[in-house]
Structure formats: structure tokens, C-alpha cells
Design a protein around this ligand. Structure first.
Ligand code: PNS
Length: 165
């Protein structure tokens, strides 16, 4: 059985991530999707518990996918969950440089290898940072995120009823 770990900030999860998880769920026996802290990204919008709750809602239809969260090194989580590989999505060449460096660092400190999967080109512009920005400024992201995520984003960032931000 091959188990893979798909780590990310997921702040919040969007349809590019969903596509990756659905692809991975068809390729591997088990996929563990994990919300982690990216130290280079600052505080974030949702805390790890909120991000994981949204991951749970988005992937409850996939029986070989489970979710978790972790505040530490991704390689330690890979070892804890017994992952054979880390998987990462590549949207464009611009992702490759930093992802390659992380993959090499993770291999150097633990031996765990990273497999890259390409994102479909129609979703290659999706980025959590831009989605947060568009919602904050009143734009519509309903084609870009799962419905529970849109709802939570608008509650947190939008200006309508129920907004807390
Ligand atoms: O969605 P992101 O922000 O591209 O995900 C990056 C993430 C969270 C996977 C990366 O920052 C990470 O692995 N963080 C955990 C801390 C860690 O292991 N750092 C060393 C990476 S070489």
C-alpha cells in the first residue's frame, strides 16, 4: 500500500487543492492531507483547526483521504503518519524553484522523497492569497473554492451579515 502526505497551508483550501487531492486519491491507496504552518507566510487568516475543519468538509466524499494538522517539520509528520512520499502540486514554473528546494531539504534531513503533480492549466492561477484578497474587496470566488469555504471566507472577510472581520 502506498500512502502519501499532501501538506500545505490551505488558508483556505481552494479548487486547485481539491483537484490535487482527487487526482492523488485515484493514484495512491491513501492520501493524508495536512494543514501546516508556512513560516514564510506570517499569521494567516484561519487557524490550523479552522483550516483542518474545512479540509474535512471538502474531502468527506473521498474514502481513502484523511486530514490532519501539524505544527512542526513536514518530514516529522511524514514519519508519524507512515507516508511513503510527500506530494506537491505545481501550477507553473514559478512554483518549481521553491518546491524543488523544499523537496531537496526534506530529502536531505529525512530521506523522504517528494513527487510533483501538475495542476490543470485552467486552475493554475488559483492561490489562497489572491482568493482572500478578492473576497476582502467584494469579489466573487464561488467558482474557485468549495461552497463551505466560500461561506466561511465571506463570513470572515466579506461585508455582509455574519461578517466578523
Ligand atoms: O501551501 P504552502 O504554503 O506552499 O505549503 C508550504 C508548507 C506548509 C508545506 C511548508 O511551509 C512546510 O513544509 N512547513 C512545515 C515546516 C517545515 O517542514 N519546514 C521545512 C520545509 S523544507
Amino acid at each position: 500500500m502506498t500512502r502519501v502526505l499532501y501538506p500545505g497551508s490551505f488558508d483556505p483550501v481552494h479548487n486547485g487543492h481539491v483537484e490535487m487531492v482527487e487526482t492523488a486519491a485515484g493514484l495512491f491507496e491513501e492520501v493524508v492531507v495536512a494543514a501546516l504552518i508556512n513560516p514564510s507566510k506570517g499569521g494567516g487568516l484561519f487557524d490550523l483547526e479552522e483550516r483542518m475543519a474545512l479540509l474535512d468538509e471538502c474531502f468527506e466524499h473521498l474514502t481513502n483521504v484523511r486530514t490532519t494538522m501539524f505544527d512542526g517539520l513536514v518530514v516529522d509528520l511524514a514519519s508519524e503518519v507512515g507516508a511513503d512520499f510527500i506530494i506537491k502540486g505545481l501550477r507553473a514554473v514559478s512554483d518549481f524553484e521553491s518546491e524543488l528546494q523544499m523537496a531537496q531539504m526534506n530529502a536531505a534531513i529525512s530521506g523522504v522523497q517528494t513527487l510533483f503533480l501538475p495542476t490543470a492549466s485552467r486552475r493554475s492561477f488559483l492561490a489562497s492569497r489572491l482568493i482572500r484578497e478578492v473576497v476582502r474587496l467584494g469579489g466573487n470566488v464561488s467558482d474557485m473554492v468549495p461552497e463551505p469555504v466560500r461561506h466561511r471566507l465571506e463570513g470572515r472577510l466579506g461585508s455582509g451579515p455574519g461578517s466578523d472581520g
